[in-house]
Design a protein around this ligand. Sequence first.
Ligand code: HEM
Length: 139
Amino acid sequence: MSLTARQIGLIRTSWDKVLPIAETAAELFYGKLFEIDPSLKSLFSTDLTEQGKKLMTMLNTVVENLDNLEAVVPAAQASGARHAGYGVTEEMYDTVAEALIWTLGQGLGDDFSDELKDSWVAAYVILSTVMKDAAKEAA
Ligand code: HEM
């Protein structure tokens, strides 16, 4: 469960560019998510601005701990179990991945190289696997 130092560096540099536009990025993300699958809308009961802040905060914690992902495993496990309670299924993690990668592409433009994209996908796979495994345990 680890990324290369180069992948970590790429993700961090790109995240520094997303953070100043975090609110817009969150809006783009939910817009894309519900465009891909409108049925997901009904899972969300919280105001999406608030929800977007929570999502960005969690992603920020993950990005800060990319070189020490063990540190975020307990929080990711707890979150995965909560997500099962929200009605989130394994397949939905793929939909979220698609919306997230698309959003990063929008925010980063030409800076979103294939290598950077692959690095984000690798990080997402690690995080989402921990969450999904914890959801299965909780079931
Ligand atoms: C790595 C992937 C994900 C991250 C980092 C993430 C992050 C978060 C965070 C931080 C919260 C706040 C509440 C909590 O921590 O329990 C949350 C809630 C939620 N997430 Fe996620 N999430 C992810 C994947 C997903 C997926 C795949 C779905 C499926 C559509 C989803 C749907 C929801 C819903 C429905 C809520 C509750 C919203 C509400 O209370 O209205 N999330 N998520």
